[in-house]
Write a protein that binds this ligand. Structure first.
Ligand code: ADP
Length: 365
């Protein structure tokens, strides 16, 4: 298997669209790395440069220490799985899976063994003789993955492989690809715009925006310690709430002051942010760090806000509230019979709060 290194990689398309800017990234051997970000952020371009399907405008890419900038795709020893499966419609599943090996002139018995092995891993033995049109979306996607597996490549590249599947099948294939990663112990690079896929599948996640890497870290670190407001808002569902306000030093404490409420910062945060007293700042808190249940010994401050909409999700309820200036969401497990328009008191877990520079969006630590 392989490690993949990108060094100062740029991509400029004709017409001067800079799709990828100065990307530096090391994907370790056997790692499952997810590139995530909104549409147009440059993740597919990055993947396609690794695959050799796009030329690199600047910088270098290495696979196992070998610079591959000018190596043609077929000689890079990597396999790519596409969103649209890219199966040959006139060939059977077996032929589709065998095709790449046949082109490379593998002996017949070797091809048969590899196709059987892959079919067994993916549970598609029963439809090896079918044509793609006689398969469901999930089955086609398995065949596309099978075609990659039989090659035993150094690395697997996935470009939004699940986006054509329905929600239930996406969840199932997500698990199957994760299991496959464990079983094959392969290096996998996976592109998605879906932050849930990124969180659940990645050993590490690369969050991109406008062609620039925003943060590279394991999922829970990205979730707990986002590097900036963009990452904080992109990862997590419902998204983190942001309140624009300023820091006020008074009564021997430091307060976050919004137009309609003030929260006193815990001592540690107050010390950290003391130098910003009097300045504008953005306060971020995730919906799950607001609570409507009692905690008698808690010193958490209370934020009162007007309830606009409630969404019962079954096990929990999403409350859509408004401070008078800022709309926000609380994710609570209590099922209290609030009326729309009611002032709801919410306990704010300030230990889980985030503060961002109001100009640059960088996290303040
Ligand atoms: P993502 O995969 O994150 O949606 P892409 O890598 O596909 O983003 O695209 C990044 C940027 O490059 C976008 O602005 C897109 O319009 C542009 N782009 C992608 N492919 C081409 C191309 N072949 N020619 C010109 N611009 C392109």
């Amino acid at each position: 298997m392989a490690n993949v290194v990108l060094e100062n990689v740029y991509k400029t398309y004709p017409g001067k669209v800079t799709a990828v800017r100065d990307v530096n990234l090391e994907i370790h051997d056997q790692e499952f790395m997810v590139l995530v970000g909104p549409s147009g952020c440059g993740k597919s371009t990055t993947l396609r440069m690794i695959a050799g399907l796009e030329e690199i405008s600047g910088g270098s890419i290495y696979i196992d220490g070998r610079k591959i900038n000018d190596v043609p795709p077929k000689d890079r020893d990597i396999a790519m799985v596409f969103q649209n499966y890219a199966l040959y419609p006139h060939m059977s599943v077996h032929q589709n899976m065998a095709f790449g090996l046949k082109l490379r002139k593998y002996p017949k018995p070797e091809i048969a063994t590899r196709v059987d092995e892959a079919a067994e891993i993916l549970g598609i033995q029963d439809y090896l003789q079918r044509k793609p049109k006689a398969l469901s979306g999930g089955q086609r996607q398995r065949v596309a993955v099978g075609r990659a597996i039989v090659r035993k490549p150094k690395a697997f590249l996935f470009d939004e492989p699940l986006s054509n599947l329905d929600a239930k099948m996406r969840v199932q294939m997500r698990m199957e690809i994760s299991k496959l990663h464990n079983r094959l112990a392969a290096t996998m690079i996976y592109v998605t715009h879906d932050q849930v896929e990124a969180m659940t599948m990645g050993d590490r996640i690369v969050v991109m925006k406008d062609g620039i890497i925003q943060q590279v870290a394991p999922p829970m670190e990205i979730y707990r310690r986002p590097a900036n407001r963009f990452v904080a808002g992109f990862i997590g569902s419902p998204s983190m709430n942001f309140f624009e306000g300023r820091l006020d030093s008074r009564d021997g404490g430091l307060f976050f002051q919004e137009e309609h409420f003030a929260l006193q910062l815990p001592a540690a945060a107050a010390t950290r942010l003391a130098s910003r007293a009097g300045q504008p700042i953005v306060f971020g808190i995730r919906p799950e760090d607001l609570s409507d249940s009692a905690a008698p010994d808690s010193e958490d401050p209370i934020l009162q806000a007007r309830l606009e909409v409630k969404e019962p999700m079954g096990a929990e309820v999403f409350l859509y509230l408004n401070t008078g200036k800022t709309p926000f969401i609380a994710r609570v497990d209590g099922h209290k019979p609030y009326a729309i328009g009611e002032e709801v008191p919410l306990r704010v877990n300030l230990e889980k709060s985030h503060f961002f520079d109001s100009e640059s969006g960088e996290v303040l630590t």
